[in-house]
Design a protein around this ligand. Structure first.
Ligand SMILES: Nc1nc2c(c(=O)[nH]1)N[C@H]1C(S)=C(S)[C@@H](COP(=O)(O)OP(=O)(O)OC[C@H]3O[C@@H](n4cnc5c(=O)[nH]c(N)nc54)[C@H](O)[C@@H]3O)O[C@H]1N2
Ligand SMILES: Nc1nc2c(c(=O)[nH]1)N[C@H]1C(S)=C(S)[C@@H](COP(=O)(O)OP(=O)(O)OC[C@H]3O[C@@H](n4cnc5c(=O)[nH]c(N)nc54)[C@H](O)[C@@H]3O)O[C@H]1N2
Ligand SMILES: [Mo]
Length: 765
């Protein structure tokens, strides 16, 4: 095993040649078109590339593997509905490059681990199942049958099913997800952590508690009828570019837009629609009316300051600011909220938000006047210790205005992975829901486990303590996505067996258990042929609409299996006579999986029929209809303390964010075009006044050092970049900075790692 010790847990610290330019003023436009074609041309060639792009988000095509932003219900572009970063995601999957047995014969895991994440991702698509024997340094080919035998034997030899963990990343389809959770529960555990645990868990938890549903309430049409849209802690220009078209349309219909972000993100400034030819050559639309440069984690303070001003205005003009009827009829806890607001010190809230009093008063006026308000958010709010409180303060504000459950108004958590919301609907959750377990039992004649399983952070800790022996991942890159890379690496290495169902090579294939397997699967773009003919899968977008996705491209290799097939064959091998589920038949024809989903999950009535029509169907959403399925039947106001910032004199708060050229841990390129940062990812964005206080110059090298609960963590060699960021705040890229996110720094209630709030010191080198 000594050789294994030389496998690097993190990419080598090599600098790639930082160049700095100007921050871009306009998002999308021609540069986005050029960038899309560059990636498509390099990875798949223009001819095949255009063919595949024509199928994105079309009725007979596939769902873009990029983000979960919905497609317009009507008026889809005739050519295709995709964006620059969707095109990059597609190029990445449909690439002509291949990683097969010859590649693994040539390269040891030690050698591969010394390459960058960019290199690993760019190597190509995985083509054959591969096996890494105990102590070996090279993967070798293995047949599918032998791979399933290895996994099933290991699983069946465990002392308890809870010694296995089954992770899911949010790209897998509803069909794959349903079969997967069914297999895992028949095997006997609820150890089903997923990427959501690191992502929108705070949204689900926060919304669920107070509104009775953990999903957002708006649809795309609400954007077009809204008077005021607030975008908090989200960078749509990079991560949900198609959202900019919706904001543009809202703007044209008269909506005002407030953006709350420590950074002046380009996508929220001005936008040129890249698919609207006229628009590309004409002027850009100004999107944001008010940009509020909040301190990292200053959002609760801002929301409280706004609500104090609203309360003041309401007292002056009773009934003119709050929706009194809605509050009385539909909510509880109003008095307690008012009592808390009366106790708060307005000036202290202003100070803690980091925003000027003038800007807070100006924007409060909009909130006072407008009645149809949407608040959108993403990781800038969820990945904090008080992530759940952030979301519930948003709900407080919307409830005061009666802005939930009516046209043009509501909550909009903007989801990440394209089917992360659907996976949760399908039961990918470590918390078993009793009614769902009952239905699974009735439908499939078995006793479902009722104990809560491990979430991501608990799973890592359990692996580290050797309480978990097998780690199985349906997609994703657990090692690099999880917090505290060194800790997570040791946890994975403590397992007996780690298995990755993947499309592309990543670091989780190199930092592994004693034995490891790679099971290569079909991607979204590819044809899925089964016994009953070509299959389609279904997904749920960020607004609860379920629709089809049909791959049309030739698979990257003949040996690939679909995710539903992999899960079913694993279930057959593992459960043998213990399961009465017709696994094989279900994989021959996915209609049967959908029939089973219909039996077990409310809202999927006539699934097969409805999903084949038009753009599919919307799942029921009580909040959207102004009904609140909480234990009291009311929407709840809640009271939260102001978050404390106990920074030592030499400490900064660091957020770990995405560049324009990455999809989570997949690095498309080394540029962050909108932010004017090129050819380098090891950068730390910093306020110029903070730089001069420390005597730092542009491009100086520093180490970032974190102390948490007595443990010191160091991320070596980052280049300082002066940036428009509030004082005491820093920004670095994920996953390079994940080594600094402490494993035990998680959000209250949702357990989400606090990736947007990492305390660090800066050590010049
Ligand atoms: N191209 C591309 N698309 C993607 C992804 C990708 O990596 N690449 N990832 C997908 C996934 S899984 C997800 S979850 C989403 C992520 O989408 P985002 O949440 O937009 O992604 P982040 O880069 O994490 O950006 C967080 C934003 O929050 C801001 N922020 C940080 N801290 C705070 C704070 O305390 N308060 C406020 N108000 N703002 C703050 C940051 O400045 C940044 O603009 O995107 C999805 N889409
Ligand atoms: N510090 C820090 N850490 C974070 C975040 C952050 O903002 N800051 N964000 C968090 C968030 S929001 C998320 S969602 C997680 C993401 O965590 P993950 O979902 O685990 O990570 P990804 O990078 O999206 O996974 C990429 C890999 O998925 C595989 N893949 C791609 N498509 C498919 C497919 O169709 N099927 C299968 N089986 N595999 C496929 C490829 O092999 C690819 O290498 O990271 C989290 N980690
Ligand atoms: Mo995410």
């Amino acid at each position: 095993m000594a050789e294994r010790d030389t496998v690097l847990h993190t990419p080598p610290v090599t600098l790639t040649g930082l160049k700095l330019g100007k921050m871009k003023e306009v998002a999308a436009g021609m540069p986005a078109v050029t960038s899309s074609f560059k990636h498509i041309k390099e990875e798949i060639g223009l001819f095949k590339g255009l063919k595949v792009l024509q199928q994105v988000n079309q009725r007979k095509g596939f769902d873009c593997p990029g983000c979960a932003w919905p497609d317009p219900d009507d008026g889809r572009s005739l050519v295709a509905e995709y964006c620059e970063n969707g095109a990059k995601a597609i190029a990445e999957e449909a690439t002509n490059k291949r990683v097969g047995p010859a590649f693994f014969k040539k390269h040891s895991i030690q050698w591969l681990s010394k390459q960058s994440d960019y290199f690993l991702g760019k190597s190509g698509r995985l083509t054959e199942p591969m096996y890494l024997p105990a102590g070996a340094s090279h993967y070798e080919p293995i047949s599918w049958a032998s791979a399933f035998v290895k996994i099933s034997e290991k699983l069946n030899s465990l002392d308890s099913p809870d010694e296995a963990v089954f992770y899911t990343s949010g790209r897998c389809s509803n069909e794959a997800a349903f079969l997967y959770q069914l297999f895992v529960r028949q095997f006997g555990t609820n150890n089903l952590p997923d990427c959501s645990n690191m992502c929108h868990e705070s949204s689900g938890k926060g919304l669920g508690e107070v509104l009775g549903i953990g999903k957002g309430s708006v649809t795309l049409d609400d954007f077009y009828e809204s008077e005021l849209i607030i975008v908090m802690g989200q960078n749509p220009g990079t991560n949900h570019p198609r959202m900019l078209s919706a904001l543009q349309k809202a703007k044209r219909n008269g909506a005002k837009i407030i953006s709350v972000n420590p950074l002046p993100e380009t996508g929220l400034k001005k936008f040129k629609h890249p698919q609207d030819v006229q628009n590309v050559f004409m002027g850009a639309t100004e999107l944001t009316d008010h940009f509020l440069p909040v301190m990292i984690n200053g959002d609760v303070a801002l929301l409280k300051a706004w609500m104090i001003l609203l309360l003041e205005a309401e007292r002056k003009n009773p009934g003119m600011v709050f929706d009194r009827f809605f509050i009385k009829d539909k909510t509880s806890g109003f008095k307690e909220l008012v009592a808390d607001l009366d106790k708060q010190d307005f000036k202290a809230c202003v100070k803690a938000s980091g925003i000027s009093e003038k800007q807070i008063r100006e924007t409060a006026k909009l909130l006072i006047d407008k009645k149809r308000i949407i608040i959108c958010w993403a990781m800038g709010l969820t990945q904090h210790k008080n992530g759940v409180a952030n979301i519930q303060e948003i709900v407080n504000l919307l409830l005061l205005k009666g802005s939930i459950g009516k046209k043009g108004a509501g909550t909009c958590p903007v989801r990440g992975h394209s089917n992360v919301q659907g996976d949760r609907t399908m039961g990918i959750w470590e918390v078993p829901q009793p009614a769902f377990m009952d239905r699974l039992e009735k439908q499939f004649y078995f006793q479902a486990p009722r104990e809560t399983g491990y979430n991501v952070v608990e799973a890592i800790k359990a692996m580290k303590k050797q309480m978990v022996k097998v780690f199985f991942a349906l997609g994703g890159n657990f090692l690099s996505a999880a917090p505290d890379t060194a800790f997570t690496a040791e946890a994975l290495e403590a397992c007996d067996l780690t298995v990755q169902v993947s499309t592309k090579l990543n670091r989780s294939h190199l930092v592994v258990g004693k034995e490891a397997l790679i099971l290569p699967c079909l991607g979204r773009t590819e044809r899925d042929d089964q016994e009953a003919g070509q299959q389609f899968v279904t997904v749920e977008n960020s607004m609860g609409q379920v629709h089809q996705s049909t791959g049309q491209m030739e698979p990257a290799s003949e040996s690939l299996k679909s995710e539903p097939a992999i899960v079913a064959e694993l279930a057959i091998a593992t459960l043998a006579g213990r399961s009465s589920v017709p696994w094989l038949q279900m994989v021959e024809n996915y209609d049967l999986v959908r029939d089973a989903i219909e039996q077990c999950i409310p809202g999927f009535e006539n699934y097969n029929e409805r999903v084949r029509k038009d753009n599919g169907f919307y799942l029921p959403n009580c909040a959207r209809e102004g009904k609140f399925n909480t234990d009291t039947g009311k929407a709840k106001f809640t009271v939260h303390p102001m978050p404390e910032h106990d920074l030592a004199a030499d400490e900064y708060v660091m957020m770990t964010i995405r560049s324009h050229d990455q999809y989570n841990t997949t690095i498309y390129g080394l540029d962050d075009r909108y932010r004017g940062i090129y050819q380098e990812r090891r950068v730390v964005m910093m306020n110029e006044a903070d730089m001069s206080e420390l005597g730092l110059k542009t491009k100086d090298k520093v180490n970032l050092v974190g102390e948490h609960n007595g443990v010191t963590r160091v991320a070596e060699c980052f280049l300082v970049v002066p940036y428009a960021i509030p004082r005491s705040c820093l920004a670095t890229y994920f996953p390079e900075a994940n080594v600094l996110v402490p494993i035990d720094s998680v959000a209250e209630k949702s357990h989400t790692p606090t990736s947007k709030y990492v305390k660090v010191r800066i050590e010049p080198i």
